[in-house]
Design a protein around this ligand. Structure first.
Ligand SMILES: Cc1cc2nc3c(=O)[nH]c(=O)nc-3n(C[C@H](O)[C@H](O)[C@H](O)COP(=O)(O)O)c2cc1C
Ligand code: SF4
Ligand code: SF4
Length: 318
């Protein structure tokens, strides 16, 4: 079975999981490629028998580039596929949406899996409560998953079609992966739109530096244009990559507003953690930090520039 693992990862969690799934598959079949989603030529996907697509979860589903990637995939009827993700609370709508998306492209979906991953969300406490994941145990599990999914896909291809998994019904799905929660309400969330970055040209290194432009997930920045930031498309993105990656502090966000929001954010944080407590074992969560650490200082309060850096294509704390 010729296969490929495709991953979309910002901070490296999904990349690590993808690499282990890849090693697991390679124990059985040598012909397995691995590539970040941005480097994949969708027109060459038909040369693979098994396609594994993985990503982090953003706003309880797959990030927009993953939705676009699936939409752009050619018809792959007769091929096999699976998906995986990492997340800071739950897979939410990711699994259902991606499984259905792959099926729409003709793939027979042979399985899926999800793992916890450390988080770099500026408004959340750092260390975040899933920090340390994926750990050795997760990575071992990912390797096993790689082997299992290949064996299962092979058996399905040989006619054992009863092994093709069904998505759980709504109630079971929500128990396993978390209901999509409405985070839209509340005064605090309304203030979020005020946290849009403002560009300070006096300390900007452009054109020597283009970090904010290159990494804005919504492509809202063009420092050669006027206006430099498109505030219609800058949500902001909840991760403020422009501000966090800027080496000089030239992308300014008024974090005083965030201070006022923190009470609301804390309750949202607790709300997100609720299903974890309710379903305990089912969600397989192992905390790797102490409760004290989990109530640490949010990343946005750290007064240094840059707050995050990119090394080997992966976003990390500076
Ligand atoms: C902007 C943003 C939004 C996120 N939204 C969610 C979410 O809705 N649910 C969740 O469980 N995790 C969410 N996360 C956490 C990431 O899914 C998690 O940290 C993941 O492991 C990151 O994977 P990566 O290292 O491959 O980028 C979000 C992270 C970011 C940066
Ligand atoms: S806050 Fe996010 S979406 Fe807005 S400009 Fe910065 S990186 Fe882009
Ligand atoms: S990251 Fe900062 S210094 Fe670099 S181009 Fe953007 S605003 Fe200027």
């Amino acid at each position: 079975m010729r296969s490929i693992i495709i991953y979309h990862s910002w901070t490296g969690n999904t990349k690590q999981i993808a690499e282990k799934i890849h090693s697991g598959i390679k124990e059985l079949f040598n012909e397995c490629d691995i590539a970040p989603m941005k480097d994949v030529d969708i027109n060459k996907l038909s040369k693979y028998d098994l396609i594994g697509l993985g990503s982090f979860v953003q706003s309880f589903q797959e990030p927009a580039p993953v939705t676009d990637f699936i939409s752009a995939m050619p018809d792959l009827t007769g091929k096999y596929g699976f998906t995986f993700c990492t997340h800071g609370t739950c897979a939410g709508g990711y699994i259902e949406r991606v499984v259905k998306g792959l099926r729409r492209k003709g793939l027979t979906v042979t399985g899926w899996n999800d793992w916890y991953g450390s988080g770099f969300i500026p408004l959340m406490p750092k260390p975040y409560y899933t920090d340390g994941h994926p750990d050795k145990i997760d990575l071992k599990e990912a390797r096993e998953f790689g082997k299992d999914i290949t064996q299962r896909s092979l058996r399905i291809a040989q006619g054992d079609t009863h092994l093709i998994p069904e998505l759980p019904d709504r109630k079971e799905y929500d128990k396993l992966y978390g209901a999509v929660m409405d985070l839209g309400g509340g005064e605090g969330m309304a203030d979020m739109v005020k946290l849009k970055p403002v560009h300070n040209a006096d300390i900007c290194l452009y054109p020597k530096c283009t970090k904010c432009m290159d990494n804005c997930p919504t492509k809202s920045i063009d420092l050669a244009d006027s206006p430099k930031i498109n505030y219609n498309t800058c949500g902001p993105c909840m991760v403020w990559l422009c501000e966090q990656l800027c080496p000089t502090g030239a992308m300014e966000v008024n974090w005083d507003i965030a201070d006022n929001m923190m009470n609301t954010m804390t309750s949202i944080f607790e709300k997100l953690a609720e299903p974890m407590e309710e379903y305990g074992e089912l969600r397989r969560f192992r905390s790797l930090i102490t409760e004290e650490e989990g109530s640490g200082i949010p990343l946005y309060k750290k007064q240094r520039h840059p707050k995050l850096i990119i090394r080997d294509g992966v976003i990390r704390e500076s």
